[in-house]
Write a new protein. Structure first.
Length: 321
């Protein structure tokens, strides 16, 4: 069984303040490249060279009461870069493991047992259906500053999902910079952010999402969407400033500043903890946007990669061999 999972962009959260009844509430979108590709065949034990993937395979087999599986990771998203690599790798392992035994599996149900969907539900939804995604977050009384143990939460429900227009494109600027925060370091940073988060920012974001982000995606207006998503990122950055050294983490701020001057890029920001920078554009301006991305990367003094990708509206691809 071969599973091809899309990456995702994480534009930000709707609320990080304990003063409101729902915590988190993520906004993001699935993208058509790069991908995570996992192959699985039945085995008597867990056979996988990557320790992290081997753990996902072990948990998957335990949850599905299977003897073992051989996992080969053909390709994967850059780790801890802002594309949701951990969730896509975990869910692809689960889906491939179940599939090679001709078993169906509800990835949303099993994601918490793999340690996924603990804050954002965008990665799980991107795996399931793709598209633009807004999730409903967690009850604040359940998700306080301490992250619950794996398997004890539910993945946030999808409250809005829309097709990404076929002529929209996302510019990805991938600097060869330090990876984003993850694991215990991410948990500690999020705890600190949530403890200090200004509820007034959440109120502003709620209005932004309702009056600008959602209408723009429904109407297919790339320029309006890019402008609104960039503002969402800046507001989120105000929450994270003390943890990452500013509204954006270095060198993201320099790259975003450069992209803000490019007419071909309608809005730019940091995906998750970075270092990947996204920009919203369209097919007509894709080449100019790529050039603007290269110029911004060069100006930052970093090497890296430039990609222009479409949105992904269909979730995971499964191939039986």
């Amino acid at each position: 069984m071969r599973v091809i999972a899309p990456g995702r962009l994480h534009f930000g959260f709707v609320n990080l303040s304990l003063s409101h009844s729902r915590l988190y509430g993520a906004v993001g979108a699935a993208i058509d490249g790069p991908h995570t590709v996992v192959e699985a065949t039945p085995a008597e034990t867990i056979d996988c060279e990557d320790p992290a993937v081997a753990e996902y395979a072990e948990r998957s087999c335990a949850a599905l009461d299977l003897p073992g599986v051989k996992i080969h990771v053909e390709s994967q998203l850059p780790r801890h870069s802002g594309l949701g690599s951990g969730t896509q790798l975990a869910l692809a392992t689960l889906r491939a493991t179940a599939g090679c035994y001709d078993r169906s599996v509800d990835v949303r149900e099993h994601a918490p047992g793999l340690g996924r969907g603990g804050r954002s539900g965008v990665g799980v939804a991107a795996f399931e259906t793709g598209g633009f995604i807004l999730d409903g977050g967690h009850p604040t009384a359940r998700f306080t500053t301490e992250r619950p143990a794996d398997g004890t939460w539910r993945v946030p429900p999808v409250t809005a999902r829309h097709e990404i227009p076929p002529d929209w494109r996302f510019l990805l600027v991938i600097p060869d910079a330090e990876t984003g925060r993850n694991g215990a370091a991410e948990d500690e940073s999020m705890r600190s952010v949530v403890e200090r988060a200004d509820p007034a920012i959440a109120d502003r974001i709620a209005g932004l999402v309702l009056r600008r982000v959602l209408p723009a995606i429904v109407d297919g207006r790339a320029e309006a969407f890019g402008d609104a998503i960039a503002e969402l990122g800046r507001l989120n950055g105000a929450w994270y400033a003390d943890e990452q050294g500013g509204v954006y983490r270095p060198p993201v701020g320099e790259i975003v500043d450069q992209l803000d001057t490019a007419a071909s890029v309608y809005g730019a920001g940091q995906s998750s903890w970075g270092p990947i920078v996204y920009g919203v554009t369209d097919t007509q301006n894709a080449d100019l946007a790529a050039e603007a991305g290269r110029n911004a990367l060069d100006a930052s003094g970093y090497d890296g990669q430039i990609l222009v990708v479409a949105g992904h509206n269909s979730g995971v691809t499964v191939e039986s061999r």
